[in-house]
Design a protein around this ligand. Structure first.
Ligand SMILES: Cc1ncc(COP(=O)(O)O)c(C=O)c1O
Length: 340
C-alpha cells in the first residue's frame, strides 16, 4: 500500500484504497471475502473517483473553466465529492438533492463550499424524486449563465474512473483472480467500469449487481425507496451499457441488517448500500463453492447514517421493524451464510 507516500493535493489522495480480508463477517462460509474500502477516500465514498474524473475531463475539453458553475443532481455522495473537486478548481457548485438525503451529507456539501438545492416534492407525473431532481437541474442550468451539468448518469468519465481506478486496483491486488465481484448500483458507473475492465482483461469473474427493491434498473418495478445511494427511479443511460451476470434486489431492512452485521463483526461502519451488499452476499453463500474469492465494495462510510440505518427508532418508525425484528434479521443472516 502506498500509504506513506506524499501526494500533491487532496485530489491525488483519491483511490489506492485498501482491500481488506474479512474473516469474521461470515466465519463458517468457507469462502474468501475481500472488501474494497472506498469509504476511506477523502470525501468518504467511492464517488470521489468519478467526481475527480468528470471535473478533470470537463476542464480538459474546455466545457468547464475556472470561475464556471457545475449543477449536478446527487443523492449525496457525489455532491460531497464534487463540492471538494469543484472547490479545488475555483468552480462554483450547486447540488440538487432530495428529501431522502442525509442531513449530515447536506452539511458536508456546504462545509466544502458547495450550495444545496433541495427538491421536496416528487415529479407529479411519475411520482419519482429523481425525475423531479432532473427537472430542477434543467431550471438551474437555464437560470445560471454558462452552468454545466456533468451528468453522472451518462458521462463516460464516471465508469472510466472505476475502470482505471477501482477495478484495476482490485485486479492488481489479487493477481486478476476474483471469482465474484459485488457492487451496489445507482448510476451503474461503478459496476459498469468494473465489468468493462473484467471483460477487457478476460478475467473469469461473475459480476453481481445489488439493487434496491423499488429501483427500475435492470427491469425492476418502481416503488418508493427510503434509503439514498442504491437504486434509481429512472433507467440511467449508463445502465443500458451494462449487463451484470446477476442482479439481486434488497429491501431497506436487509440494508440495515447487513450494515449492522458488518459494523459489529468487522468494525467497518458503512452506509446503507454496503449493508445491502453484505445481506446479498449472505444469501449467495450457500451457492458458492468452498474457496470462492468474493470482492465487494464498501461504497461509503456509516457516519451520515447514524440517524437512520443505525438508529432503532428510525428503523421502527420508517421500516416497521422493532429491535427484536432487527435481531432476528441478524440471526437469520448469520445462519444462512453458514456452510454445512
Ligand atoms: C453509497 C453508494 N452506494 C452505491 C454506489 C454505486 O453507485 P453507482 O452505480 O452510481 O456507481 C455509490 C457510488 O459511489 C455510493 O456512494
Amino acid at each position: 500500500m502506498p500509504m506513506s507516500l506524499i501526494v500533491d493535493g487532496i485530489d491525488e489522495a483519491v483511490g489506492s484504497t485498501p482491500l481488506v480480508r474479512l474473516d469474521a463477517l461470515f466465519p463458517d462460509s468457507g469462502i474468501e471475502i475481500l472488501a474494497k474500502l472506498e469509504s476511506v477516500n477523502p470525501g468518504g465514498s467511492t464517488k470521489d473517483r468519478p467526481a475527480r474524473g468528470m471535473v478533470r475531463d470537463a476542464l480538459k475539453t474546455g466545457r468547464l473553466t475556472r470561475g464556471g458553475t457545475v449543477v449536478e443532481s446527487s443523492s449525496g455522495n457525489l455532491g460531497v465529492a464534487l463540492a471538494r473537486a469543484c472547490n479545488a478548481h475555483d468552480v462554483r457548485f450547486v447540488c440538487v438533492v432530495d428529501a431522502r438525503t442525509n442531513a449530515t451529507t447536506v452539511r458536508l456539501i456546504t462545509a466544502l463550499g458547495g450550495e444545496v438545492d433541495v427538491v421536496t416534492e416528487p415529479d407529479p407525473e411519475t411520482g419519482d424524486l429523481l425525475t423531479a431532481r432532473f427537472h430542477r437541474v434543467e431550471e438551474l442550468l437555464a437560470e445560471i449563465p454558462g452552468a454545466v451539468n456533468l451528468y453522472q448518469y451518462g458521462n463516460p468519465a464516471n465508469p472510466r474512473a472505476h475502470y482505471d481506478g477501482t477495478m484495476r486496483e482490485i485486479a492488481e491486488a489479487t493477481g486478476h483472480q476474483v471469482d465474484v465481484l459485488m457492487a451496489a448500483v445507482s448510476t451503474t458507473g461503478t459496476i459498469g467500469g468494473c465489468a468493462a475492465y473484467i471483460r477487457d482483461h478476460r478475467m473469469d469473474t461473475r459480476v453481481v449487481a445489488v439493487d434496491a427493491v423499488g429501483s427500475v434498473l435492470f427491469g425492476g418495478t418502481a416503488a418508493p425507496r427510503l434509503l439514498p445511494g442504491m437504486g434509481a427511479g429512472v433507467v440511467t443511460e449508463l445502465s443500458t451499457q451494462v449487463d451484470p451476470d446477476q442482479v439481486i434486489r434488497m429491501r431497506a431492512l436487509d440494508c440495515v441488517v447487513g450494515a449492522r452485521h458488518l459494523a459489529r463483526s468487522e468494525g467497518i461502519l458503512a452506509g446503507a448500500s454496503t449493508g445491502g451488499v453484505v445481506s446479498a452476499l449472505g444469501d449467495l453463500i450457500p451457492d458458492l463453492a468452498p474457496g470462492t474469492r468474493v470482492v465487494f465494495m464498501v461504497h461509503d462510510g456509516g457516519v451520515p447514517y447514524l440517524e437512520t440505518v443505525y438508529d432503532d427508532e428510525w428503523v421502527r418508525d420508517n421500516l416497521d421493524a422493532d429491535a427484536a425484528a432487527i435481531a432476528e434479521g441478524l440471526d437469520q443472516l448469520r445462519r444462512t451464510a453458514r456452510r454445512g
